[in-house]
Design a protein around this ligand. Structure first.
Ligand code: SF4
Length: 340
């Protein structure tokens, strides 16, 4: 049976029509699912008993169970959810000054093989459905007893490798009758799947696009991120420039600093040359040390020097605050520790 959370509002209206019901029932169901956040069709008390029976016969409501939860002293919470088919996914709740942010996964495993990523040791199993992406947020909200204000697609998986379901989930998050989270509070991070960047520019969504850049030339980037072999930096940058031109939106470039790999001043100079004149921001990430990983975190001195060089040369750069460093903080670590 299909998970009813896999439908956006228009699709749900079509489903209701096919059941011989009025389409406005879809709006009532949406409200029960995302505003009241009920777990059973029987809780949808303004629907007739007959309609509730029809819904039970045709759909399920996917409700994740928490398999494991870790809490950091800084307020970060990391969840491992049972997605009900024997697989598990990770979701992270982070506490920033501007509010609570949930980092969602978009796939079970990942195909991209970034060398600095804890998920790299986990084989790709399947895409998550839109409903499974949305359920991550609902399940965390239910656990903490409050609604959150920001969502980032930076968990396990490459969101643009699961483009349709991710876009559908974004629209459920954003819809006033869905979770009603402003698109400006939703950020999608890609390792650089160029054709999807062009598609995303046409979506007319106000979400933030983040690009995992991490290196400034093809040789170094291909070593860190095999996706660069398919979509080299020149093509990636052209897609980013076209995206900015079409949307007039700032891109956030993620740059994970690894000691003596991409953190020296030569790298900073190349980064300035690459991004000069672009409407962008650079997010510097002290790399997480991962088990068997080949990268080591840069020294604080190198991180500050890198940031200052960028800022002094007209590129706005900030250092991402490290959260959850006392728990399994890198994406994929909780799941990896669970499955091994
Ligand atoms: S960093 Fe993201 S895209 Fe790269 S392997 Fe990890 S989960 Fe996949």
């Amino acid at each position: 049976m299909k998970n009813i959370k896999d439908y956006n509002l228009d699709e749900l209206k079509q489903e209701l029509l096919s059941l011989g019901e009025k389409p406005f029932r879809a709006e009532q169901i949406f409200k029960w699912l995302y505003q009241e956040q009920v777990k059973e069709f029987d809780e949808m008390t303004n629907l007739s008993l007959e309609l509730r029976e029809k819904l039970k016969q045709n759909y399920t409501i996917c409700n994740f169970q928490i398999l494991k939860k870790q809490e950091s002293t800084d307020g970060t919470k990391k969840y491992l959810f049972d997605v009900l088919d024997g697989n598990a996914i990770e979701t992270v709740l982070m506490q920033y000054h501007h509010g609570k942010t949930i980092c969602v996964s978009s796939q079970i495993g990942c195909k991209m093989g970034c060398k600095f990523c804890a998920s790299t040791g986990i084989a790709f199993i399947r895409n998550l459905t839109a409903g499974e992406i949305v359920e991550q947020v609902l399940a965390v909200q239910q656990d903490i007893g409050e609604n959150i204000s920001n969502i980032v697609f930076m968990g396990i998986g490459e969101p643009f490798d699961n483009y349709e379901e991710v876009m559908k989930a974004v629209r459920i998050f954003n819809h006033p009758k869905g979770l009603n989270i402003g698109a400006r509070h939703i950020s999608i991070s890609t390792s650089g799947i160029v054709p999807r960047i062009y598609d995303f520019a046409k979506e007319e969504l106000q979400c933030t696009l983040s690009i995992s850049l991490h290196a400034t030339n093809n040789e170094k980037r291909s070593q860190m991120m095999p996706v660069n072999n398919a979509y080299p930096i020149e093509e990636l940058m052209q897609a980013c420039k076209d995206y900015i031109k079409k949307t007039n939106k700032r891109i956030s470039f993620e740059y994970a600093l690894a000691k003596e790999n991409n953190d020296n001043l030569e790298d900073a100079k190349e980064l300035v040359n690459l991004l000069k004149g672009m409407l962008c921001h650079v997010n510097l990430i002290p790399i997480n040390k991962i088990e068997n990983g080949q990268f080591v975190k840069s020294s604080n001195e190198a991180i500050f020097r890198f940031r200052d060089y960028l800022n002094d040369h007209g590129i706005v750069a900030t250092i991402r605050r490290e959260l959850g460093s006392d728990i399994d903080a890198a994406c994929g670590q909780l799941r990896r520790n669970h499955v091994k």
